[in-house]
Design a protein around this ligand. Sequence first.
Ligand code: GYE
Length: 345
Amino acid sequence: MLKKLAFLIVLASMILTACQPAAVATEAPAVAEEPAATEAPAATEAPAKVWTYADMTVGFLQTGSEGGWRAANTASFKETAEQLGLTLKFYDSQNDLAKQVAGFQQFIQDPEVDVIIMSPLETTGWEQVLKDAQAAGKPVILSDRRIDGFEDLYVTFIGADFVEEGRKAGTEMCKLLEGSEKKNVWELVGNVGSAPAIDRGTGFRETAEKCGITVVNSQTANWSVVEGKQVTEAWLKESKDVQGIFGQNDEMAFGAIEALKEAGLVPAVDVKIISVDATAGAFQAMLDGTLNVTVECNPLLAPQVYEAALAALNGETLPKWIPSQESVFFMDDPNLKEIAAGRKY
Ligand code: GYE
């Protein structure tokens, strides 16, 4: 009897258990996988420095102080540096290529200089210093004037299309000499080997020769009033058979104007005169009636150049050339006085 009762108790307990939700079969709780031993978090790299103008020290190699355009260009760099709060180390190359190269090397050695900006006196002779600057980790920005080749050794060139300036001058000289029986033109050239001297001459011939202009005389007058006058005087001693003079900058044209007057010729009337730069002096000469046309070349480049320098320090990639935008101004413009009054240089 007892056996039967024990069986019934066991049976009952088995039935009761079966209705209970099955208790999760509990195996020994799985030991939570210890996370795989991971490497100690790599030391996080310090974020790259984000440069600001206040951090930036610029070494700027200026050509010299040869005229109104250059004075406005230098003022642009000095005034803009102050406005932006950057540190500017200014080097005047005194229009001497050897001095400009020496100044470049000085900035490469100077631990305070972060970025080098240059207005190159000539288009060649820069390979070694550009390689040295790259090795020193100092970005180079070209301002105002280009160089030949080595695009991988500088960040960008910010400046005018001098060939286009020459084309504009040639086109305007064709208009001034339209209908003239003769079209003999004299050209006063900037410093030999410089981009503006080479390129303005190229562009002028592209358009001037299409209308029958002959460039009878062409000689450097090194951007200056004095040499522009001396060269023109020497040509006038040989012949007065000239219908136009192309001065590759305003100052050389001013010298030619003085020489024509002293030779008894009326500038802008007997001999048409075109120059490049569009400085305040050129507007005055047009208002005086002695200069027919000036092709603008903008010297106020510093804001664009400093912006490019900062971008370079922050590792940005820039186009190899950022051309400046320019216009052409005419003696016969009825609004010339107002335009002149509104000019910054
Ligand atoms: O035309 C001239 C100066 O590089 C564009 O240099 C500049 C030229 C400018 O001496 O006046």
